[in-house]
Design a protein around this ligand. Structure first.
Ligand code: IMP
Ligand code: MG
Length: 180
Protein backbone atom coordinates (compact mmCIF):
# COMPACT_ATOMS: atom_id res chain seq x y z
CA UNK A 1 0.00 0.00 0.00
CA UNK A 2 1.35 3.40 -0.95
CA UNK A 3 -0.83 5.37 1.46
CA UNK A 4 -2.72 4.60 4.66
CA UNK A 5 -5.14 6.63 6.74
CA UNK A 6 -5.08 6.45 10.56
CA UNK A 7 -7.57 8.54 12.50
CA UNK A 8 -7.47 11.97 10.84
CA UNK A 9 -4.06 11.67 9.13
CA UNK A 10 -2.64 10.23 5.94
CA UNK A 11 0.74 8.50 5.80
CA UNK A 12 2.80 7.51 2.76
CA UNK A 13 5.16 4.57 2.33
CA UNK A 14 8.64 5.41 3.59
CA UNK A 15 10.67 2.28 4.44
CA UNK A 16 9.53 -0.96 2.81
CA UNK A 17 9.72 -4.17 4.85
CA UNK A 18 12.65 -5.51 2.81
CA UNK A 19 14.77 -2.56 3.83
CA UNK A 20 13.80 -2.96 7.49
CA UNK A 21 14.69 -6.65 7.29
CA UNK A 22 18.18 -5.96 5.89
CA UNK A 23 18.78 -3.33 8.57
CA UNK A 24 17.76 -5.85 11.25
CA UNK A 25 20.05 -8.51 9.73
CA UNK A 26 22.98 -6.09 9.92
CA UNK A 27 22.34 -4.88 13.46
CA UNK A 28 21.83 -8.47 14.68
CA UNK A 29 25.28 -9.39 13.34
CA UNK A 30 26.81 -6.49 15.28
CA UNK A 31 25.02 -7.57 18.46
CA UNK A 32 26.15 -11.18 18.03
CA UNK A 33 29.75 -9.98 17.62
CA UNK A 34 29.51 -7.72 20.64
CA UNK A 35 28.18 -10.42 22.98
CA UNK A 36 30.53 -13.17 21.81
CA UNK A 37 32.54 -14.27 24.81
CA UNK A 38 30.43 -12.34 27.31
CA UNK A 39 29.91 -14.66 30.28
CA UNK A 40 26.93 -14.53 32.61
CA UNK A 41 23.21 -14.13 32.15
CA UNK A 42 22.05 -12.04 29.23
CA UNK A 43 18.62 -10.47 29.10
CA UNK A 44 16.79 -8.52 26.43
CA UNK A 45 14.49 -5.82 27.71
CA UNK A 46 11.69 -5.23 25.23
CA UNK A 47 10.02 -1.88 25.75
CA UNK A 48 6.30 -2.35 25.15
CA UNK A 49 4.35 -1.74 23.04
CA UNK A 50 6.38 -0.19 20.25
CA UNK A 51 9.39 -2.51 20.29
CA UNK A 52 7.43 -5.75 20.20
CA UNK A 53 7.72 -6.39 16.45
CA UNK A 54 11.36 -5.33 16.24
CA UNK A 55 12.27 -7.45 19.29
CA UNK A 56 10.70 -10.55 17.79
CA UNK A 57 12.53 -10.10 14.47
CA UNK A 58 15.80 -9.30 16.22
CA UNK A 59 15.68 -12.23 18.66
CA UNK A 60 15.31 -14.77 15.85
CA UNK A 61 18.69 -13.62 14.58
CA UNK A 62 20.62 -13.74 17.86
CA UNK A 63 22.96 -16.68 18.35
CA UNK A 64 23.48 -16.51 22.14
CA UNK A 65 21.25 -17.60 25.01
CA UNK A 66 19.24 -14.75 26.45
CA UNK A 67 16.29 -14.17 28.70
CA UNK A 68 13.46 -11.92 27.58
CA UNK A 69 12.05 -9.32 29.93
CA UNK A 70 9.28 -6.94 28.97
CA UNK A 71 8.37 -3.63 30.45
CA UNK A 72 5.90 -0.91 29.88
CA UNK A 73 6.56 2.73 30.57
CA UNK A 74 3.63 5.01 31.06
CA UNK A 75 4.01 8.72 31.37
CA UNK A 76 1.47 10.81 33.15
CA UNK A 77 1.28 14.49 33.90
CA UNK A 78 2.00 15.28 37.53
CA UNK A 79 0.85 18.40 39.29
CA UNK A 80 -0.70 20.88 36.97
CA UNK A 81 1.40 23.63 38.52
CA UNK A 82 4.80 22.22 37.53
CA UNK A 83 3.69 20.22 34.51
CA UNK A 84 6.09 17.53 35.68
CA UNK A 85 5.93 14.18 33.92
CA UNK A 86 6.69 10.99 35.82
CA UNK A 87 7.06 7.44 34.64
CA UNK A 88 5.68 4.32 36.16
CA UNK A 89 6.99 0.96 35.09
CA UNK A 90 5.81 -2.58 35.17
CA UNK A 91 8.63 -5.03 34.51
CA UNK A 92 8.22 -8.78 33.98
CA UNK A 93 11.52 -9.94 35.48
CA UNK A 94 14.64 -9.17 37.50
CA UNK A 95 17.59 -7.46 35.80
CA UNK A 96 19.96 -7.58 38.77
CA UNK A 97 23.42 -8.79 37.82
CA UNK A 98 22.46 -9.42 34.20
CA UNK A 99 23.95 -8.18 30.95
CA UNK A 100 21.04 -6.15 29.71
CA UNK A 101 20.24 -5.19 26.15
CA UNK A 102 17.47 -2.60 26.03
CA UNK A 103 15.52 -2.89 22.78
CA UNK A 104 13.58 0.18 21.67
CA UNK A 105 11.54 0.92 18.58
CA UNK A 106 12.62 4.51 18.13
CA UNK A 107 14.72 7.12 19.91
CA UNK A 108 13.74 10.72 19.33
CA UNK A 109 14.86 13.26 21.97
CA UNK A 110 16.24 10.45 24.13
CA UNK A 111 14.15 11.41 27.12
CA UNK A 112 12.55 7.96 27.38
CA UNK A 113 15.78 6.01 26.96
CA UNK A 114 17.55 8.17 29.54
CA UNK A 115 14.85 7.45 32.12
CA UNK A 116 14.97 3.74 31.27
CA UNK A 117 18.73 3.56 31.40
CA UNK A 118 18.82 5.11 34.86
CA UNK A 119 16.02 2.86 36.10
CA UNK A 120 17.91 -0.23 34.93
CA UNK A 121 21.15 0.99 36.48
CA UNK A 122 19.33 1.53 39.77
CA UNK A 123 17.79 -1.94 39.45
CA UNK A 124 21.28 -3.41 39.43
CA UNK A 125 21.93 -4.54 35.85
CA UNK A 126 25.57 -5.66 35.46
CA UNK A 127 25.89 -3.70 32.25
CA UNK A 128 23.49 -2.01 29.90
CA UNK A 129 23.60 -1.66 26.14
CA UNK A 130 20.97 -0.05 23.99
CA UNK A 131 19.62 -1.17 20.64
CA UNK A 132 17.07 0.83 18.72
CA UNK A 133 15.46 0.04 15.41
CA UNK A 134 15.30 3.72 14.49
CA UNK A 135 17.18 6.79 15.66
CA UNK A 136 16.47 10.41 14.79
CA UNK A 137 20.03 11.76 15.15
CA UNK A 138 18.82 15.30 14.50
CA UNK A 139 16.66 15.13 17.63
CA UNK A 140 18.79 13.14 20.07
CA UNK A 141 20.14 15.47 22.75
CA UNK A 142 21.26 13.06 25.50
CA UNK A 143 24.71 11.76 26.48
CA UNK A 144 23.95 8.06 26.80
CA UNK A 145 25.62 6.15 23.97
CA UNK A 146 23.22 4.30 21.67
CA UNK A 147 25.22 1.14 21.03
CA UNK A 148 23.24 -0.38 18.18
CA UNK A 149 21.09 1.42 15.60
CA UNK A 150 19.39 -0.47 12.80
CA UNK A 151 18.57 2.69 10.86
CA UNK A 152 18.93 6.45 11.17
CA UNK A 153 15.95 8.47 9.95
CA UNK A 154 15.10 12.16 9.50
CA UNK A 155 13.03 14.06 12.02
CA UNK A 156 9.63 13.01 10.66
CA UNK A 157 6.70 11.33 12.35
CA UNK A 158 6.41 7.71 11.28
CA UNK A 159 4.18 4.72 11.93
CA UNK A 160 4.24 0.97 11.23
CA UNK A 161 6.35 -2.00 12.34
CA UNK A 162 5.23 -1.52 15.93
CA UNK A 163 5.07 2.27 15.88
CA UNK A 164 1.73 3.95 16.36
CA UNK A 165 -0.20 7.11 15.85
CA UNK A 166 -2.63 7.19 18.77
CA UNK A 167 -2.40 3.37 19.08
CA UNK A 168 -3.09 2.66 15.40
CA UNK A 169 -0.61 1.64 12.71
CA UNK A 170 1.43 -0.86 14.73
CA UNK A 171 0.46 -3.85 12.58
CA UNK A 172 1.81 -2.58 9.24
CA UNK A 173 5.00 -4.33 8.19
CA UNK A 174 6.23 -1.34 6.20
CA UNK A 175 7.03 2.03 7.76
CA UNK A 176 4.98 5.07 6.73
CA UNK A 177 5.66 8.78 7.14
CA UNK A 178 3.19 11.54 7.79
CA UNK A 179 2.04 12.86 4.42
CA UNK A 180 2.38 16.64 4.59
P1 IMP B 1 11.93 10.26 23.07
O1 IMP B 1 11.67 10.07 24.53
O2 IMP B 1 11.77 11.68 22.62
O3 IMP B 1 13.24 9.68 22.61
O4 IMP B 1 10.76 9.52 22.30
C1 IMP B 1 10.69 8.16 22.27
C2 IMP B 1 9.26 7.65 22.23
O5 IMP B 1 8.39 8.57 21.53
C3 IMP B 1 9.23 6.36 21.46
O6 IMP B 1 9.37 5.27 22.32
C4 IMP B 1 7.89 6.42 20.78
O7 IMP B 1 6.91 5.87 21.63
C5 IMP B 1 7.61 7.88 20.58
N1 IMP B 1 7.98 8.34 19.23
C6 IMP B 1 9.02 9.14 18.89
N2 IMP B 1 9.06 9.40 17.58
C7 IMP B 1 8.00 8.72 17.05
C8 IMP B 1 7.49 8.58 15.70
O8 IMP B 1 8.02 9.12 14.70
N3 IMP B 1 6.38 7.80 15.56
C9 IMP B 1 5.77 7.18 16.62
N4 IMP B 1 6.21 7.28 17.88
C10 IMP B 1 7.31 8.05 18.10
MG1 MG C 1 7.85 3.47 22.42
Amino acid sequence: MEKIKLHDKTFRLSIPYGEIESAIDAVARKINDAYRGVEGTKAILCVLNGAIMFTSELMKRLDFDTELITMKLSSYAGTASTGEVRETMTISGDVRGKHLLIVEDIIDSGRTIEVLYNMMKDAGAADIRICTMLLKPGCYVKEIPIDFVAKNIPDDFIVGFGLDYDELGRNYKDIYVLDA
